[in-house]
Design a binder for this molecule. Structure first.
Ligand SMILES: *Cc1c(COP(=O)(O)O)cnc(C)c1O
Length: 364
């Protein structure tokens, strides 16, 4: 008897393990492992979500028209060039499905987001990781890794879990150096947190080249991770391909309604960005003062490096923090076994985690 077998590549996928949410024994827990918004979504988004309860028996409008138009209006983009997805994860997968297959290579960076490799393997393509320089995207290494079979390049800018970014001039140099047939996907999940003059999320490059896509999410600064909503801004030909492969009703009605309210609430977005800017630098300074290495981050999280051996390893810190209900994210799966990733939390969580790391480093 021969039982059904998954096609080549599927069983090579290491299942994605999300940030933990539990700490056994701790009276209260602070989940700082998934880069979720400590302030939550706009109250207007919650209101819109609740109002959608009366429509649950209806299929959503299939193209996410209301959401595409709201995004278009707020961001000054053509709604026809937007595709919405069940999280940006779905769009990252659909891009691989549509543009890479057996015999093709999908390129990303060494410590890039895990979904890129999973999406490549799921599409039957060969994943290829290019080295980074100082834990940041290295355009020269990427260009050196390109072959005639490279069909897709994923770059998270800024990147998770390293927190680094590359300036728009470097993104442009990457685009200019890639073959025309190669689709460049700029994953800008954390772009709303970045306030650097030399950073651009990708809108300009998508608008001016026929082979660049930008993906965005409502999961991070908009605080709607539970609803699973992302969007892509892309050339019309890519929009057309994505619309052929996506599920016909891939974004729910409550999700669309909440996201419309969220993107219109720019005051809530600004408040969330301000909270993050304040506490990101506060946490960085407090943690650096303990002697631990903290990598520069433009996101809503920090990557902290611990000694390789002895009493102060990442694993020991993780266990210590967990006892106090502070849940961080180990990033060994990203090739960073010495590091933990800490999401910026509420003021209370930030103060607790800083104090806990001080105690950990001080303890004999
Ligand atoms: C969180 C994250 C996303 C967002 O995923 P969703 O499916 O939209 O929740 C995308 N890319 C990176 C790099 C992320 O860290």
């Amino acid at each position: 008897m021969t039982l059904p077998q998954p096609v080549a590549g599927i069983l090579d996928i290491a299942p994605y393990v999300g940030g933990r949410a539990k700490a056994a024994g701790a009276a209260r827990i602070f989940k700082l492992s998934a880069n979720e918004s400590p302030l939550g979504p706009s109250p207007k988004a919650v209101e819109a979500f609740n109002a959608a309860a009366s429509q649950l028996h209806l299929y959503p409008e299939g193209s996410s028209s209301i959401l595409r138009h709201a995004i278009g209006e707020v961001m000054g983009l053509n709604a026809d060039r937007i595709v919405c997805g069940n999280g940006s994860d779905e769009l990252l997968h659909l891009l691989a499905l549509a543009y890479a297959g057996s015999g093709d290579e999908v390129l990303y960076t060494e410590h890039g987001f895990l979904v890129y490799k999973i999406a490549a393997l799921a599409a039957g393509a060969t994943p290829v990781a290019a080295a980074e320089r100082d834990y940041a995207t290295d355009v020269d290494a990427l260009l050196a890794a390109v072959t005639p079979r490279t069909k897709l390049v994923y770059i998270a800018n800024p990147n998770n879990p390293t927190g680094s970014y590359i300036p728009s001039s470097e993104v442009r140099r990457l685009r200019n150096g890639l073959p025309e047939h190669c689709l460049l996907v700029l994953d800008a999940a954390y772009s709303e947190y970045v306030s650097r003059n030399d950073y651009e999320s990708g809108i300009e490059l998508v608008a001016t080249t026929p082979n660049t896509v930008m993906t965005r999410t409502f999961s991070k600064i908009h605080g709607l991770a539970g609803l699973r909503i992302g969007w892509a801004y892309a050339p019309l030909a890519v929009v057309d391909a994505l619309n052929r492969v996506r599920g016909p009703f891939n974004v729910s009605i409550p999700g669309q309604q909440a996201a419309v309210a969220a993107i219109r609430d720019t005051a809530h977005l600004e408040m969330s960005a301000a909270h993050n800017a304040k506490w990101l630098s506060w946490l960085r300074d407090r943690i650096a003062a303990t002697g631990l290495k903290v990598y520069p981050s433009v996101c809503n999280f920090l990557m902290i490096e611990f000694p390789k051996d002895g009493p102060k390893t990442a694993a020991k810190a993780d266990a210590f923090l967990l006892q106090r209900g502070l849940i961080l994210r180990g990033v060994a799966a990203y090739g960073l076994p010495l590091c933990l990733r800490l999401s910026v939390g509420t003021e209370e969580a930030n103060r607790l985690v800083a104090a806990a790391l001080e105690d950990f480093m001080r303890a004999k």
